[in-house]
Design a protein around this ligand. Structure first.
Ligand SMILES: Cc1cc2nc3c(=O)[nH]c(=O)nc-3n(C[C@H](O)[C@H](O)[C@H](O)COP(=O)(O)OP(=O)(O)OC[C@H]3O[C@@H](n4cnc5c(N)ncnc54)[C@H](O)[C@@H]3O)c2cc1C
Ligand code: SF4
Length: 563
């Protein structure tokens, strides 16, 4: 390090992907600066609600009406509750422009949304990487499953992923710890589907929980998951993977990490003479003071839409429309996951069984539509979650003692079953994010304008999911089946992707096969912004694998003097 502001590597953002970049570079001896716009959140110390009992919450877990009213967007997220609302960005604090309705759910703090995520972690397969080329949308991915497979293994071993080896080519197996158990009705549906269908499977959801910690997890100071299912509060055992419990403290231990919280990256500095990026401009969130930091390599990991914002805001003589934006596609072809449809029902069997305790996950149906060939009138397909539980019959009738006795009754109702869809959406040029021409935030950054919508393909997919699941639920003997299309706005899936997509051709993409800007080789983007298409799988495991792979490449290029 030449001076206090010069490092080998700068990483923008400390969430799931930024944490991985920090771990990889510091472990290999590079002086790494992580810039995080939110406050610091230290593992264990800064989880204020983690051990609170339900009755210790002022509003018994509910979000007060005044907060909901002021923050309609974030209030729609299922995890925005009294125990975790301090980890979410409030609408009022960080406005953006909704050209079309878009629920932008954010976590600005050290750890980003890794504290809040539902920890579902599945690999992509070649059916996903080959999707755009086969079905004629977006651009061809510049990589295939084999390029990423070793990196999936690499990140899975460190993060700790529980699951079962199912041998499905649509959902490749990983380096699994034992799976979390299913309830008896989830198991029943799993066995029923296996008998009735050859193309459909119900499996143990794969998730980032330490069911049986290995030495590498103990070395991180983490312990076995206790199945409290209170993960969004921050886990006192480090039972699930977060940057805070895992990658960031690991990077800190090397002595090579400098972590600056409350530091908003305003833009990346491009030097026209040198023909490369030299550093970043940063605004202190409290004092509003501006500082510049310099490094040979810059990793942009601010989460998909904020990464687009930083790149679009990084203008120079060479790049008047945003860093690396020679093709003009920066901010375009943004996509997400279609989570609109739900189905529920009841099951009258297993009356002698019940669910006691908690489980932090449930069952998963990998995609089965249009996998090997086109078979419907819509492109691509959907995965689905499946869960079954038994809950008390709450009787609120009566007054006084009768009411108390009714409420105190432990009588259980029948098993309830439910599923939600996780559909792939097609990236389109018209689904964009851009900089608002007039409005700025408190840190002199233009507000992000979001213009993203569903299309006819998505509508057809919702209909198909509800028809297929109704058929499967009916065949399985579930009754009282109710379907629902929430018509929720894009964004609430919290899987927004694209805008700086990967591709072979610099004329139609922003990043090459190493997640490196085609036009500015020392800047890498490895969060959701890089995604050429979305598949159906939860995306974060893929961001982790892409980050570790790109960091390895960047270091090899640095050694060769190419960066
Ligand atoms: C309730 C919930 C459930 C989810 N469930 C799942 C799931 O089951 N599986 C799954 O794969 N994904 C899930 N996700 C999504 C997952 O959390 C994200 O995909 C993941 O966190 C993205 O990682 P990231 O590094 O790109 O961004 P983040 O983790 O969001 O981190 C980005 C960081 O960058 C910082 N930042 C932003 N702009 C700037 C700037 N200009 N300067 C400096 N810092 C900046 C932010 O403050 C933040 O800390 C869920 C998310 C939520 C909220
Ligand atoms: S379920 Fe596991 S990971 Fe989640 S809070 Fe509990 S112990 Fe931690």
């Amino acid at each position: 390090m030449a001076d206090n502001n010069t490092f080998d590597v700068i990483v923008i953002g400390s969430g799931i992907s930024g944490g991985w970049a920090a771990k990889e570079f510091t472990e290999k001896g590079l002086k790494t600066l992580v810039l995080e716009r939110g406050k610091d959140v230290k593992h264990l110390k800064d989880y204020p609600t983690t051990n609170m009992m339900p009755w210790e919450f002022e509003h018994r877990g509910q979000v007060p009406y005044a907060i909901q009213k002021d923050n309609p967007v974030v209030s729609r997220c299922y995890a925005f509750r009294e125990d975790a609302m301090h980890f979410f960005v409030k609408d009022t604090d960080h406005p953006y422009v909704q050209d079309k309705p878009f629920d932008w759910i954010r976590g600005y703090q050290v750890g980003g949304k890794s504290l809040l995520w539902a920890r579902q972690t599945q690999r992509w397969s070649n059916y996903d990487f080959e999707g755009p080329a086969r079905d004629g949308f977006a651009v061809d991915w510049p990589i295939r499953y084999n390029d990423l497979a070793p990196w999936y293994s690499y990140v899975e071993k460190f993060a700790g992923i529980s699951g079962n080896k199912d041998g499905l080519d649509v959902l490749p197996d990983g380096e699994f710890l034992p799976p979390l158990e299913l309830s008896c009705v989830e198991n029943y549906f799993k066995e029923f589907v296996a008998k009735k269908y050859t193309d459909r499977h119900v499996i143990y959801a794969r998730c980032a929980h330490l069911t049986v910690p290995q030495q590498i997890h103990l070395d991180q100071g983490r312990a076995q998951c206790q199945k409290r299912n209170l993960c969004q509060r921050g886990c006192p055992f480090g039972g699930y993977f977060s940057s805070n419990a895992s990658t960031i403290p690991w990077a800190e231990k090397t002595g090579n990490l400098t972590l600056r919280s409350n530091a908003v990256v305003h833009s990346i500095i491009y030097d026209d003479q040198k023909g490369k990026a030299t550093g970043v401009r940063v605004i202190d969130t409290n004092t509003k003071a501006a500082t510049e930091y310099f490094a040979r390599i810059i990793f942009v990991n601010a989460a998909a839409l904020n990464t687009n914002l930083v790149l679009l805001n990084s203008t120079s003589k060479r790049f008047p429309n945003g860093l690396g934006n020679d093709s003009g596609v920066l901010g375009k072809y943004v996509a997400f996951h279609n989570y609109r449809a739900h189905i529920s029902g009841k099951y009258d069997g297993f009356k002698d069984s019940k669910t006691d305790g908690r489980t932090p996950t449930s069952a998963y149906l990998p995609r089965f539509r249009n996998v090997k060939k086109q078979e419907t009138d819509f492109l691509r397909g959907y995965a689905a979650g499946f869960s079954a539980g038994r809950y008390p019959n709450i009787n609120r009738d009566g007054f006084g003692e009768t009411l108390k006795n009714n409420l105190a009754s432990k009588e259980l109702g029948p098993w309830r079953v439910g599923s939600h869809m996780m559909g792939e959406t097609i990236p389109k040029e018209s689904n964009t994010v851009s900089l608002d021409a007039n409005k700025k935030d408190a840190w002199d950054m233009p507000l992000l304008k979001v213009s993203i919508d569903y299309d006819e393909n998505d509508e057809k997919m919702v209909k198909d999911y509800l028809e297929q699941m109704t058929e499967m639920f009916t065949a399985a003997g579930f009754t009282d089946i109710q379907t629902n299309d929430s018509k929720q706005a894009p964004g609430l899936d919290i899987h927004e992707m694209g805008g700086a997509r990967m591709g072979n051709d610099p004329k139609t993409s922003i990043l090459n096969k190493w997640n490196q800007l085609h036009a500015c080789k020392n800047v890498f983007v490895t969060d959701g912004a890089c995604m050429t298409s979305t598949s159906t799988q939860n995306p974060s495991l893929t961001y982790m694998a892409l980050t570790a792979r790109a960091a390895d490449y960047a270091m090899s290029q640095m050694k060769k003097g190419e960066l």
